[in-house]
Design a protein around this ligand. Structure first.
Ligand SMILES: Cc1cc2nc3c(=O)[nH]c(=O)nc-3n(C[C@H](O)[C@H](O)[C@H](O)COP(=O)(O)OP(=O)(O)OC[C@H]3O[C@@H](n4cnc5c(N)ncnc54)[C@H](O)[C@@H]3O)c2cc1C
Length: 481
């Protein structure tokens, strides 16, 4: 078999493997290199296994409220950590096998091992690295491995790894990253979660549902700092109602390790320090791009704050070399990685009319209880940009379906440009909002105005009706409130 390709992709996360499929569809001879596991972080240690854990948590939460639905549960529903984790790992393994199937189906060569760029159009593949925690599935037999490979175009999709704060480095035992938090071998009684971005809050929410005493420490004034302040405040209130302890405007300045516990020194803005002792600490202070040991420096590839610098089509400053996904910078989300990869390879193949990446229209979802979802500008950002805006809000408490579901806490907020009527931001907190947000993403992508949304018919009874009511509210025409 020839070692020369049209496209080689380094890394098989959602960015890499989707790019490989699109590349093969476009008739390009394609190979993908992976050092650990097909599907990358997303399928094996990120998006998917967390959602499986959170589903167990959701069922447990519902069961604990069975009485309010007229249902009686004989005895108490309890969680078996081993089985909850086993289900989550099983879901990952199934999807990981699915990626292997897709590679085969699309005639994409899988090259197992760690890739290093030797020239802009050449890589050397070494041994597979030790899987971070475990391989999901055995390495398929008969696939390519160590050696030198060339391609007209090489796309770096090597993803990211947990960021560590100096002095509070994860040790895998007392200080966890998402790897250990995803696969605990026991259920801690208490936890400190450092950082309240999507990853931190999702784990905090999961462990709280499992009955753990959880304290979240966030250095910014609000949890989920990228979200709209009003939505974040509402989510906080509901999380606190569920027993989560949240300390904002505070940092973990030091962690003392005991034999089987940690003591976190939590310093608030006013300089006061409180000590919180817990079984474990989850470090969720962000991720950093995997740019090391790739040969980037020798080729003069531009990087910035741990990520490869690209244009709107994934091109680096070195001809023939591209980057997509987490390694190419924020937002570090699977759907951004996939879309960026498709744009990149379509541009390479000369597909007409390829649009550059528009980061303003990438939705963000957090699958905690309550869920949070958003797209576009927050109210504060829109104001900071000097925009004249109209804001509409609608509460879950006024929606028939939400009340019937027993999910009457939440809000949908929309932001319009006053002059043009363009929808420039949508923000949600409450049940199923991670599914609802896509309606507004489509609308924004089509540069929809308030009028078009008002003329759109939403099915009744659904949670989606709140989206229309929020739009109506922005224009003083709300009906059911
Ligand atoms: C706990 C958690 C929950 C998350 N939840 C969500 C969510 O709900 N929604 C969402 O959109 N995003 C979520 N994310 C983020 C999401 O996982 C990432 O944005 C996504 O995986 C990025 O995809 P990628 O293809 O860029 O890289 P990755 O998925 O990181 O894949 C990169 C791959 O490259 C391989 N690799 C690296 N270097 C080399 C090399 N030199 N040679 C060969 N192979 C190499 C790695 O082994 C890896 O498999 C979550 C992340 C975490 C940690």
């Amino acid at each position: 078999m020839s070692n020369a390709y049209d496209v080689i992709i380094i890394g098989s996360g959602p960015g890499g493997y989707v790019t490989a499929i699109r590349s093969a569809q476009l008739g390009l001879k394609t190979a993908i290199v992976e050092r650990e596991h097909l599907g990358g972080i997303c399928l094996n240690w990120g998006c998917i296994p967390t959602k499986a854990l959170l589903r167990s948590a959701e069922i447990l939460d519902h069961a604990n409220h069975a009485k309010s639905f007229g249902l009686t549960l004989e005895g108490k529903m309890t969680a078996d950590v081993k089985d909850v984790v086993a289900r989550s790992r099983g879901v990952s393994a199934r999807l990981n096998g699915g990626v292997a199937f897709l590679m085969k189906k699309n005639k994409i060569d899988v090259i197992w091992g760690e890739a290093k760029l030797t020239k802009p159009n050449e890589i050397v593949v070494g041994k597979m690295t030790k899987p971070v925690v475990e391989p999901q599935n055995p390495v398929p037999k008969g696939v390519l491995g160590e050696g030198t490979y060339t391609a007209k175009h090489i796309i770096v999709a090597t993803g990211a790894r947990p960021r560590a704060l100096p002095g509070i480095e994860p040790d895998g035992k007392l200080i966890w990253t998402y790897f250990e938090a995803m696969k605990p071998d026991f259920m801690p009684k208490s936890l400190v979660v450092m950082g309240s971005g999507a990853i931190g809050i999702e784990f905090a929410s999961f462990y709280r549902s499992m009955g753990v005493d959880v304290t979240v420490v966030e250095v910014m004034p609000q949890i989920m700092p990228v979200e709209d302040a009003e939505i974040s405040a509402m989510a906080r209130k509901q999380l606190e109602k569920r027993g989560l302890k949240i300390i904002t405007d505070a940092k973990v300045s030091k962690v003392e390790k005991g034999a089987n516990s940690i003591t976190a020194h939590v310093e608030t803005k006013d300089g006061k320090v409180q000590q919180i002792t817990a079984d474990r600490l989850i470090s969720a202070v962000g991720v950093q791009g995997n740019i090391e040991n790739l040969g980037l420096e020798a080729l003069g590839v531009k990087t910035d704050r741990g990520c490869i610098v690209i244009d709107g089509y994934g091109k680096t400053n070195v001809p023939g070399l591209y980057a997509i996904g987490d390694v190419a910078g924020p937002p570090m989300l699977a759907h951004k990685a996939e879309h960026e990869g498709v744009i990149c390879v379509e541009k390479i193949a000369g597909v007409p009319g390829v649009h550059p990446m528009d980061k303003a229209k990438i939705p963000g979802c957090t699958y905690c209880n309550p869920q949070v979802a958003s797209v576009g500008l927050t109210e504060a950002k829109a104001k900071a940009e000097g925009r004249d805006i109209r804001v509409g809000r609608y509460s879950f408490g006024a929606n028939g379906k939400a009340i019937a579901l027993g999910e009457d806490q939440g809000m949908i907020k929309v932001i319009f440009d006053k002059k043009s009527g363009e929808l420039i931001g949508a923000h949600m907190v409450g049940a199923e909002v991670t599914e609802l947000i896509q309606g507004f993403v489509v609308a924004m992508n089509l540069e929809t105005t308030e009028e078009e949304l008002m003329h759109t018919i939403f099915p009744h009874p659904t949670l989606s009706e709140m989206m229309k009511e929020a739009v109506l509210d922005a224009y003083g025409k709300v009906l059911n409130a």
